[in-house]
Design a protein around this ligand. Structure first.
Ligand code: ZN
Length: 170
């Protein structure tokens, strides 16, 4: 049965040996969670995706994905080969949990993503420059000055462009 593995950096191997699978896993950068993933697909749309955080995600056709946390690379190779052989009953025997990640991992990701957004927002807000008191913001009831590129103050310019409340008030 043909199968292949791929990683998030775009490399792939067709019908790899167990040693090649292990090398493929070892080549992942443990500090690169964004690209640190590799997966094996079979011809029936089943896949097992491993991430460097130790999570293995099992997607079987259109069924909702399940995951195993804290999987060793040895085990990943074994389970990959099971999928490649079509031994789905061996895979089903694993204690899969619903979803692609645990709640704590999802919460950590959300926090990181919020922090990144906040940093980008701050950079954008600062890039608007100083407000000009002699050219008042045109937003009804606003007593701030407008910025150089706009008839609005920093806050109202931010909100009109981003379409959401401005997190800053300085
Ligand atoms: Zn304003």
């Amino acid at each position: 049965m043909p199968f292949y593995v791929e990683n998030a950096l775009g490399s792939s191997l067709e019908n790899p040996t167990p040693a090649e699978l292990r090398e493929f896993l070892d080549a992942l950068d443990p500090n690169d969670e964004e690209h640190g993933a590799a997966w094996l697909n079979d011809e029936h749309d089943n896949s097992l995706e491993y991430s460097v955080d130790g999570t293995l995600v099992f997607s079987r056709g259109d069924a909702p994905s399940r995951h195993l946390p804290g999987v060793s690379k040895e085990r990943v190779v074994e389970l990959w080969l099971a999928l490649a052989r079509g031994s789905l009953e061996m895979l089903e025997a694993e204690p899969w949990r619903p979803g692609v990640r645990s709640e704590s991992q999802l919460a950590r990701w959300r926090k990181e993503s919020d922090e990144l957004q906040h940093r980008l927002d701050r950079e954008y807000y600062d890039s608007l420059g100083a407000e000009r008191p002699e050219k008042p913001c045109q937003h009804a009831g606003c007593s701030r000055g407008s910025v150089a590129q706009s008839v609005l103050c920093r806050i109202h310019h931010f909100e009109s462009l981003q379409g959401r409340p401005c997190p800053f008030s300085d």
